[in-house]
Design a protein around this ligand. Structure first.
Ligand code: HEC
Ligand code: HEC
Ligand code: HEC
Ligand code: HEC
Length: 207
């Protein structure tokens, strides 16, 4: 990093033992974070969550989220095959559900917008470097591991509340408690609490 006064600070990850002079140094540009400025291939979980929170998919239909996740995780040869699979599979899973046609239409829309099997293009092979939930993104550097040679200085902003202010977390009364200074994050799935903060390690397409 070169600061505004020209002072250079070099941060390295411990697993990098090569000589940097052997490589072409890449200067960070807009595209290192904004690598998906146009076509966004939404991860299925995110697309389903938006549809459910807007009421386009009724969240009270039993197991609807996991059934849709399973469908979107299947690879199809063509868009048409994917759309047909969505319709036939949901009809088979919910023979008596009156809203099944609405769910099929919404799921097909999500598929059409985000999956392009003929082009082999979807969220699994086109990462998005904004954030750090499903791909390394900011945590490529803000991982607490990149330090100066003397080990005294790490890249700043490696804690959750350096970039976010986590105002509240939880459900019901728990979520009504506000922490204007930012609260310590707890993981929603207790069995994953305290594990690797590299969210993408578990929340990615290819864990
Ligand atoms: C270190 C990563 C990073 C770099 C480098 C970066 N950005 Fe961003 N940018 C972000 C993040 C994070 C956001 C907020 C994204 C969001 O809200 O989804 C953002 C948002 C934006 C927005 C949207 C602002 C808005 O009001 O919605 C624009 C435009 C933008 N950046 C342009 C640029 C340009 C131009 C450059 C290069 C000069 C650049 N960015 C470099 C991370 C970066
Ligand atoms: C290629 C490495 C790299 C990536 C990727 C990266 N950063 Fe940084 N970032 C740095 C470095 C180096 C600094 C300066 C470190 C310092 O001064 O301690 C920095 C500084 C910052 C700071 C200021 C820290 C401070 O303490 O002043 C913020 C905030 C920040 N980055 C946010 C982000 C966000 C958000 C993303 C992802 C969208 C991101 N960065 C991605 C390398 C990176
Ligand atoms: C270097 C800055 C930085 C740090 C450190 C950081 N985050 Fe983030 N986080 C971001 C950015 C940028 C986004 C994307 C925001 C957006 O898409 O508008 C994000 C997104 C998220 C999301 C939303 C993910 C999604 O896609 O729904 C969660 C949850 C989150 N962060 C939690 C955390 C937690 C917990 C920590 C600490 C372990 C943490 N963050 C540390 C910058 C950071
Ligand atoms: C060791 C694996 C693991 C790690 C690391 C991990 N998670 Fe999770 N996470 C899970 C599991 C398992 C669930 C439960 C999934 C479910 O209920 O479908 C979950 C659920 C969640 C949920 C609620 C459901 C959702 O998908 O929105 C959020 C939010 C979340 N994690 C955020 C994070 C953030 C932020 C980080 C990084 C700070 C992180 N997780 C790191 C395994 C992990």
């Amino acid at each position: 990093m070169t600061d505004s006064k020209g002072k250079v600070t070099e941060f390295r990850a411990p697993d990098f033992t090569e000589d940097p002079n052997k490589f072409v140094i890449h200067r960070m540009t807009c595209m290192d974070c904004h690598n998906r400025p146009a076509h966004q291939f939404q991860p299925p979980g995110d697309a389903i969550d938006v549809a459910m929170s807007l009421g386009r998919i009724d969240p009270t239909i039993p197991l609807i989220r996991s059934n849709l996740m399973a469908l979107f995780s299947t690879t199809n040869a063509t868009v048409t095959a994917g759309l047909q699979r969505i319709a036939s599979s949901l009809k088979a899973s919910y023979p008596k559900e009156p809203k099944v046609e609405t769910v099929i239409a919404e799921a097909q829309q999500i598929y059409t917008n985000n999956f392009f099997p003929e082009m082999k293009a979807d969220w699994r092979n086109y990462p998005n470097n904004i954030g750090h939930m499903r791909w390394p993104g900011c945590f490529r550097c803000h991982d607490g591991q990149h330090k100066t040679a003397d080990g005294n200085q790490a890249i700043g902003a490696s804690g959750c509340n350096d970039c976010h202010i986590i105002l509240s977390q939880g459900t019901g009364p728990q979520a009504h408690q506000l922490f204007p200074q930012g609260k310590t994050f707890f993981h929603p799935d207790p069995s994953s609490e305290g594990t690797d903060p590299d969210c993408f390690f578990c929340h990615s397409a290819n864990p």
